[in-house]
Design a binder for this molecule. Sequence first.
Ligand code: AMP
Ligand code: AMP
Length: 355
Amino acid sequence: MRDKILRVLRGYDLSRVKIATLGSHSALNILRGAKDEGFETICICRKRESAVYRNFGVADRLIEVESFEELLNRDLQEFLRRENAILIPHGSFNAYIGKFDSLEVPIFGNRKLMEYEVSRDLQKEWFRRANVRTPKEFRSPDEIDRLCIVKYQGAKGGRGYFLVSSPEDFRRKAEEVIKMGLASKEELENVEIQEYVIGANVYLSFFYSPVNNRVELIAIDRRYEQIDGIGRIPAEEQLKFNLRPTYTIIGNFPLVLRESLLAQAFDVAERIVEVSKEIAYPGMVGAFCIEGVFNEKAELVVFEISARIVAGTNAGIPNSPYSYILFGENMYMGRRIAREIRLAIEKGMLDELIY
Ligand code: AMP
Ligand code: AMP
């Protein structure tokens, strides 16, 4: 597959490369970044959201579709190749498409590693090999003996997650979640039950640069989730109304870490990049996010990895403290991606960024 994509890339006019993405998630970030680095941009968006992308003026060309799956249509792919387009993947590529075998347009990054995000088993294997600390797992609801979080497969953005503390608790809440339409019966049969790690959540957005041959910390954020609203309701009312808040993501806040914790963050990021080369050639390229919790001992426990730009980096535009320290200019994930593509074109190393 990679050979096929590289053949497509060899047919490109590298002086006229355009940056393309789907209109959602972190598209504004990606498109603005591409423009800041001098690229023309293409945004493939759904009709109901096209006003957003027209309004911000960061898309030189808007392609309206009924659904994002149309990206796999032959005509659209042919158009993108004719335009010398490089696709920048984000959360919606996994959420709405998932399989990229029939997508014969060059993607920035490693499409094989993106598939790891949809399989918690593959991720666990990656963490194990990288010797990363992860939450304890419970194979069956019957084993639940402490506070646990119940999660689904794939990039669901926390939708419908719930907390349980015993097997009976699990069964009761699972039924409620189905009744509330937050998850299907099938999803509940394939859940992941993890020990709930009590601590401070962090989302560390790194960039692995083949051009600079280094791991760069671009931004850190924390999430604003639907459950965060529950703190505004007194405990008495929470109990009286049997409230069921969920972890559905609503937005993000920028964050700076206590400086002495950065060493742990880099250590984990570097080991994850190292192992990525063994599990999916050519390994990590570009944006990735390590999601975890600093526990009571201030140790980083990792519960998820995304091998692509995450939407939390939207809170790091036009820069985060870290990207500013590193670059001394406005730098954010969308722009960092475009910068890497521009430098790689200049140095004749674009092949190394594409899969
Ligand atoms: P959307 O286009 O907003 O539906 O997002 C596409 C996918 O990315 C969904 O699976 C969302 O849950 C996820 N997503 C969107 N925004 C964020 C965010 N700020 N943090 C984490 N996940 C997100
Ligand atoms: P995820 O889909 O894995 O990114 O998780 C979504 C949200 O669930 C996170 O932002 C956290 O608030 C929470 N979460 C997930 N796993 C854990 C865990 N093991 N311990 C504590 N909180 C978690």
